[in-house]
Design a protein around this ligand. Structure first.
Ligand SMILES: Cc1ncc(COP(=O)(O)O)c(C=O)c1O
Length: 428
């Protein structure tokens, strides 16, 4: 059978595609469920049927659509959120127009994904962790002020778990101390502060399209930026240091004599390009993003109603001007439950609910944190609190109402088993 068009592929998939609910592993409440369907698969396969798989017009189209979605000047697609972080960091020290010097200090919150920490470090910058406020999971503004020194030049903020940072105050601190701001939005696509999306406040933002994120390209990521110069410079870093694919060709046309312009290298660079398969997939996912995010929000609201009614659970706070874009169902244990995290997670696991710590917990506790120099986890009490009493369970727009009700009942039961009953036994 010869399959040429996206439409004929979709028709074929109508008959052959299994339900995303089939083939789940040991958990009835998994971290996530596949959110893609025949449209994404057909679009990705169509690029192979056309023999157009290397980065090209679909990638550019997706970049433009994504930039318009978040309200950024432009966007540059890459092969992962980690690569987006890496390019943002290397843009800070870009040899063609460095904003920072080797050894300048970049502040990164102590609860985040490791590649956000490594990116500035690998770019030759000094990374200093800053504590988080356990009530928001994001950077603690008092600790931020305390840790700023004359060598501090940049804040690499993260909007964790879909919760936007308190941007007015963060921008105020950056302005007061002359810090550059870059934003890791890998867990926060769609989160807003005021009427602006995260990823549009600083020099640039990073986004991840990994499987469990707000939208997926299987693996993939995006850098948003606010000027043509930055977008072009990041495109050069993305692919070999060459100028192919940049917007403003006139800006580089005089560089290098007698060169084949297809092979004009003006900088160092990586190869962190996405494929057209991923871009085609992403274009289809983007069409579904609003509906998926709305469903995430609906399910999260129901879950947090229960959290609010429990003496043992609390949720994170969102800034008054912020709108969260729920990434997962995140809780912190409180009261008598605060010290029972391990027992509770074991009970949930036995009951078929997949759980996760809040990203890395206190990053200062990770063995690899030694790469940042002498570091004492106790210097980050906010991150310690999140480490000790926080966890999350998954959230997928594919979950139905019943599964969330069952999750709530199971969580109630597990709390009863691990906190309420033992407490009553101790008291009697
Ligand atoms: C906050 C944060 N930054 C960066 C990343 C890296 O994204 P990726 O997994 O696409 O490399 C993640 C991944 O989940 C993340 O949560």
């Amino acid at each position: 059978m010869k399959l040429h068009t996206q439409e004929s592929l979709e028709n074929w998939l109508d008959e052959h595609l299994e339900s995303p609910l089939d083939g789940q592993g040991k958990y009835w409440f998994p971290l996530t469920l596949p959110t893609y369907g025949k449209e994404e698969i057909a679009a990705a396969v169509a690029t192979m049927c056309d023999y157009r798989t290397s980065m090209g017009t679909l990638t550019r189209m997706f970049e433009r659509q994504f930039a318009a979605y978040v309200g950024a000047h432009d966007a540059v697609m890459v092969n992962s959120g980690s690569s987006a972080d890496l390019l943002l960091a290397f843009q800070l020290i870009n040899p063609n127009h460095p904003r920072l010097q080797p050894g300048d200090e970049v502040l990164v919150p102590a609860v985040t994904w490791p590649t956000q920490v490594w990116s500035p470090l690998m770019a030759g910058l000094q990374v200093k962790l800053v504590d988080v406020d356990p009530s928001t999971l994001n950077v603690d503004l008092d600790d931020l002020r305390r840790r700023i020194t004359p060598r501090t030049k940049c804040l690499f903020a993260v909007h964790l778990m879909g919760n936007p940072c308190e941007m007015d105050e963060l921008l105020q601190v950056c302005q007061e101390y002359g810090l550059l701001l870059i934003e890791d939005c890998c867990e926060s696509l769609g989160a807003r502060y005021g009427d602006r999306h995260v990823g549009t406040f600083g020099l640039g933002g990073s986004f991840s399209f990994f499987f469990s994120h707000h939208m997926t390209t299987m693996e993939g990521g995006m850098v948003t930026c606010q000027s043509e110069e930055d977008a072009d410079a990041i495109r050069v870093l993305r692919a070999h240091g060459w100028t192919r694919g940049i917007n403003n060709q006139a800006s580089v046309s005089s560089l290098g004599q007698g060169l084949d312009e297809r092979f004009r290298f003006i900088n160092w660079g990586f190869n962190v390009r996405p494929t057209e398969l991923q871009a085609a997939f992403g274009i289809e996912q983007l069409k579904k993003l609003d509906a998926m995010s709305m469903r995430r929000t609906e399910l999260a609201e129901r879950f947090y109603q229960f959290v609010d009614s429990s003496p043992y659970l609390r949720r994170f706070d969102t800034p008054a001007a912020g709108t969260a874009s729920p990434f997962a169902l995140v809780v912190r244990l409180c009261g008598d439950a605060a010290t029972e995290r391990s027992a509770l997670l074991a009970s949930l696991d036995r009951a078929g609910v997949e759980t996760r710590p809040i990203v890395t917990g206190n990053f200062a506790r990770q063995p690899a944190a030694k790469l940042l120099g002498e570091i004492n986890p106790a210097d980050y009490p906010g991150a310690e609190a999140v480490h000790e009493d926080g966890f999350y369970v998954g959230l997928s727009p594919m979950f139905d109402d019943l599964i969330v009700e069952r999750l709530i009942r199971t969580l109630e039961q597990s709390l009863n088993e691990t906190v309420t009953k033992p407490r009553l036994r101790r008291a009697s």
